[in-house]
Design a protein around this ligand. Structure first.
Ligand SMILES: [Zn+2]
Length: 417
């Protein structure tokens, strides 16, 4: 299963941020001091940008979104970060470190790294260089393979290669301050995601290595979510190792992806369902682990369906898809989030009826997922079909009363009457 890297990343962003799509808001930051000179800027309710400040200037870990509001849902993130630094009495950004290549961690490089040295793993630079819309001025200037040390503001800072979420992840250890930035290896209290080049086994190994290498008095900062102590990190590492073992065993027993979900093989791990990113459910984690281990040997029904719809239209696509679904065999997989993304792709191409059929199919496959009804509601809303819009948002809200998008949409529709 070869994936177009750019579309994969965009789809990741789309599926994370579709709730924000409706309107673009000015960037916002909530600042939390971690030590006297390390601050966490929680940017746009999404990602933590870490600022290390001192007499020699500022070192930033990750740079958040750029000014592409259509993707992030927020505008002027880089300016907001500069403003926040100014409030702390600093403006001179000397170093930028990227924990990996995802755009929510790198797209502010150009604006924030103008006068700084940008540092990252060499595979991070390679990946960013491949991305057509990533500005070349934001590419890392210093790269490394295993580790590199930096001496700045009186602190020894070590960067270590620790892949898993992607092939290019690093962690950043502030030795005197006893703080480690984890990038996306961990999302606090949640399953994380695994990108097209990531791997669940490597992620487990990296987390275990971090846990075993560092002492109890370290504060761990994931790029998404709250800070963690060492035992909380261990709990997360154990979850990754145990769930990967369960899914690997199921793959060896030739269980299909759909059956793994129907049998709820991660039943005991549902407390790790995402809070910050509601889409990161146990089912989604099964997808990520399965693809990262088994991906090259199976094909995606959603991808195939998208191709058939493009070539021969919706009916031909759905006929093929239903046939495969009834067979439920090996060699192909159905993924809720891929179907969802396909629906949004079709919506983006103004193929509203096609999109609705895809979303509908997702509600048949995943009747307990609040997100599929939320998407179907949005599909009907595009068709100006109020009755079905309301019915689907109500169903979504019933399954997940915390779905603020659905409640907002329902208010909007009712107020418009
Ligand atoms: Zn991220």
């Amino acid at each position: 299963m070869k994936k177009n890297i750019l579309s994969w990343i965009l789809l990741q962003l789309v599926s994370f941020s579709m709730v924000c799509f409706a309107q673009v808001k000015p960037a916002k930051i909530v600042t939390t001091p971690i030590t006297t000179n390390i601050y966490s800027f929680f940017l746009n309710d999404f990602v933590n940008v870490i600022a290390f400040v001192g007499t020699e200037g500022v070192l930033l870990i990750d740079t958040g979104f750029d000014n592409t509001p259509a993707i992030s849902g927020f505008s002027n993130s880089a300016e907001a970060i500069k403003e926040e630094l100014k409030k702390l009495g600093y403006s001179n950004i000397k170093f930028v470190i990227n924990t990996h290549y995802n755009f929510d961690h790198t797209f502010g490089n150009t604006l924030l790294g103008e006068k700084a040295t940008i540092i990252a793993h060499h595979l991070c630079r390679e990946q960013l260089a491949r991305e057509a819309q990533f500005p070349k001025t934001g590419l890392p200037q210093v790269t490394f393979r295993d580790s590199i040390n930096l001496y700045f503001n009186g602190e020894e800072i070590s960067l270590y290669y620790m892949p898993g979420h992607t092939k290019s992840d690093i962690i950043v250890w502030f030795k005197n301050s006893k703080v480690i930035c984890l990038g996306d290896l961990v999302i606090s209290d949640s399953f994380t995601s695994i990108q097209f080049d990531g791997n669940a086994n490597r992620l487990g190994k990296s987390l275990q290595a971090i846990y075993e290498k560092f002492p109890d008095d370290i504060t761990f900062l994931p790029a998404h979510g709250r800070k963690l102590n060492r035992s909380e990190l261990k709990a997360n590492a154990d979850m990754v190792l145990e769930t990967t073992a369960i899914i690997t065993k199921a793959i060896q027993e030739k269980m299909s992806l759909l059956t793994m979900k129907r049998l709820n093989i991660l039943n005991d791990y549902e407390k790790w369902n995402g809070q910050l990113f509601k889409q990161l459910t146990a089912d989604r984690w099964i997808d990520y682990v399965y693809f990262s281990i088994h991906g090259s040997e199976v094909f995606s029904v959603a991808t195939k369906l998208g191709e058939i719809i493009d070539k021969s239209g919706l009916d031909a696509g759905l006929a093929e898809c239903k046939e495969l679904y009834t067979e439920n065999g090996d060699g192909y997989y159905f993924s809720e989030f891929e179907f969802n993304n396909l629906g949004y792709k079709l919506l983006g191409e103004s193929k509203v009826k096609e999109a609705i059929e895809i979303f509908k199919f997702n509600t048949v496959m995943y009747p307990t997922s609040w997100n599929v009804y939320d998407s179907l509601g949005e599909g009907y809303w595009n068709l100006k079909d109020k009755k079905h819009t309301v019915a689907n948002y109500e169903q979504s809200l019933k399954l997940n009363p915390a779905n603020t998008n659905a409640s907002k949409m329902l208010d909007k529709i009712r107020n418009a009457k």
